[in-house]
Design a protein around this ligand. Structure first.
Ligand code: ZN
Length: 295
């Protein structure tokens, strides 16, 4: 089954809801970055919320999201766009931490792996208009951190739920999430109703693993009042190209370029987002250098 997201209104147009299934996207990210279970869960949750957020934007706009925590994972970065495409990088992918004790004993401890720090979101609205806003991480569990971000940085009371289930063989078994945003005209009654509902809903990864579709989950979150506005595929996609990296090479200083041409005789560049490797031979490097001199 393909990953996709639904955008809907509910409760008589007073609540906006995004729901996504993202199992394949997270599994692809795991394969590319060789993430271990706790990193798969943290990065997968981050990618899932980012994919839904990307759908809030228009063509030509995109967002870059950064989570910088003091936990062993280090920094994570995700880029998202209006097509539901995401790509990202993670500093330390090989992290596997579980809760030792308490009610969550044996479960992946995403909060400890991410740690304390900040969530930074930069919106590129085209025409060189950039806006960055930041908020402090609340628990490092990602969902709570985005809930806090929307409330403080965007003044939109929201609830974000996201979960990734990792199998014993380490592959991603199920992943999904929702963003529920209250519009200014929402009633006190609806708010109370939603609060109770969210407290009692099973984790997103459990629902997806049980075979529930985004439509099923939306139906529960909206208590049957949903009106679907849009259904959109979400994917892990990187559009890097050799042309793009040749531009990066031409931005190198003369000494570095000289060393690459005369000492190494080649340059191999790996894309941080998809791990694809691009090889530039001596002839191509010379060409980049000559073209640069002309410019
Ligand atoms: Zn790439």
């Amino acid at each position: 089954m393909k990953d996709y997201a639904l955008i809907a209104t509910a409760y008589q147009n007073t609540v906006r809801i995004y729901v996504a299934s993202s199992t394949n996207l997270v599994e692809e990210a795991r394969n590319i970055h060789d993430t271990w279970p706790t990193a798969t869960a943290a990065f997968g949750r981050f990618l899932t919320v980012s994919a839904m957020m990307g759908l809030m934007f228009k063509e030509g706009e995109r967002i870059t999201l950064r989570i910088k925590g003091d936990g062993p994972i280090g920094a994570m970065l995700v880029e998202a766009n209006h097509l539901g495409e995401v790509r990202g990088e993670i500093q330390n992918p090989q992290i596997y931490i579980k809760y030792d004790e308490g009610p969550k004993a044996g479960k992946l401890n995403v909060g400890a792996a991410v740690g304390q720090g900040f969530l930074h979101i930069t919106k590129d609205l085209g025409m060189k208009d950039f806006f960055t806003s930041s908020s402090t991480l609340q628990t490092g569990e990602i969902g709570d951190d985005f809930t806090y971000y929307f409330a403080t940085s965007e003044q939109t009371p929201s609830s974000v739920g996201v979960g990734v289930l990792v199998d014993v063989d380490q592959h991603c078994l199920a992943s999904g999430g929702y963003i529920l945003q209250l519009m200014p005209n929402v009633t006190e009654e609806t708010i109370n109703h939603i609060e109770t509902l969210i407290q009692n809903i099973p984790p997103m990864s459990t629902l997806i693993h049980e075979g529930k579709s985004p439509e099923d989950i939306l139906h529960v979150l909206a208590s049957g009042t949903e009106h679907i506005l849009k259904k959109h595929d979400i994917t892990y996609a990187c559009h890097c190209s050799k042309d793009g990296f040749s531009r990066s090479l031409s931005a190198l200083d003369e000494e570095t370029l000289h060393t690459l041409i005369h000492d190494d005789g080649f340059a191999e560049i790996e894309c941080h987002f998809c791990r694809k490797k691009y090889l530039f031979d001596k002839h191509e490097l010379e060409h980049i250098r000559i073209q640069r001199k002309k410019a």
